[in-house]
Design a protein around this ligand. Structure first.
Ligand code: ZN
Length: 181
């Protein structure tokens, strides 16, 4: 079953419970134009949204999120600007046994990369990890004709992480020595 979770008091609702929650009418905060771009409010456009009975949080209104733009270059030197988006999903994107409430995806390009998390802390770490991967060039970027650029994020194999830990250990050891000796 699909569970929902309040973004403020973190109370979890089953789908049945969620569908019975009181609703408020809100002005639509944005809409998507024909190209899929987010546009600001259009007057008189309203929608009904569910409200947490515990704390008044309005679902789908303004969930927690981080957006981060990174400019990347293909091997051929062509550039693309990507938006890394990490959001509080409000809906369980994991399994009933292991619920997950946060998600990182890449926007503005075609990209299958997705990471999901249980806590906000994990979500922030995952977001920053993706920023690092892109800054370190761990990706393939292609420009198919008449389509958005296509990005494949290359994640480091486990031994890479081990090597990074070893580097840190070495750096620590090095700090102990006085380079002027
Ligand atoms: Zn609540």
């Amino acid at each position: 079953m699909t569970d929902y979770r309040c973004g403020q008091c973190l109370r979890v609702f089953t789908l049945d419970e969620f569908n019975r929650l009181a609703k408020v009418t809100q002005r639509k905060s944005y809409y998507r134009d024909e190209k899929g771009n987010i546009r600001p409010l259009i007057p008189n456009k309203v929608e009904k949204k569910y409200v947490c009975p515990n704390c008044g949080y309005v679902f789908g209104s303004d969930p927690w999120r981080i957006n981060h733009y990174v400019e990347i270059k293909s091997e051929g030197g062509r550039e693309a600007k990507v938006r890394l988006s990490t959001v509080y999903t409000e809906v369980n994107v994991g399994t009933p046994e292991e619920p997950l409430w946060y998600e990182t995806v890449v926007r503005e390009v075609q990209c299958d990369y997705v990471k999901r998390y249980f806590t906000k802390k994990e979500a922030i770490e995952g977001h920053l990890e993706l920023v690092e991967l892109l800054k370190k060039g761990r990706f393939k970027l292609n420009f198919p004709r008449r389509q958005k650029p296509k990005l494949v994020v290359l994640e480091p194999p486990a031994f890479d992480k081990a090597a990074a830990v070893l580097d840190e250990v070495k750096a620590e050891e090095y700090k102990g020595e006085d380079p002027s000796d």
